[in-house]
Design a protein around this ligand. Structure first.
Ligand SMILES: [Mg+2]
Length: 123
């Protein structure tokens, strides 16, 4: 299984990596949405993307829209890891194609439960 972790915070990327690697994911990292798209174009199979909302260059919502516009990537699961809790913004993210949200700060149990909920992996 392959996961792409996109966050402009290196510390947050490390936190996420340490949670999903033991679940069996091979992790690729990116620091913003544009870098994420570049990484994605070079990956054969991607099962899971964990993406931050607020990032420079290209934010999480723009990234999600770009990924969901690509029909070849229809099966992958997109989880937005964010501090945004405003209902209108979250509705917009869901319409763009986000499968689940994880609110910062979070515990590893919360993240793992969300991954089970959307049916990615078998752990
Ligand atoms: Mg950020």
């Amino acid at each position: 299984m392959n996961a792409l972790i996109i966050d402009d915070s290196r510390a947050m990327r490390r936190v996420l990596r340490r949670i999903v690697e033991p679940l069996g994911f091979a992790v690729t990292e990116a620091g913003d949405g544009q870098e994420g798209l570049n990484q994605l174009s070079e990956m054969d199979a991607v099962d899971l993307i964990l993406v931050d909302w607020n990032m420079p260059v290209m934010n999480g919502i723009e990234f999600v829209q770009a990924v969901r516009a690509d029909t070849k990537r229809r099966d992958l699961k997109l989880v937005m890891v964010t501090t945004e809790t405003e209902p209108m913004k979250m509705a917009r993210a869901l319409m763009a194609g986000v499968d689940e949200f994880v609110m910062k700060p979070f515990t590893s149990d919360i993240l793992v439960d969300k991954l089970r909920l959307i049916g990615v992996g078998s752990f």
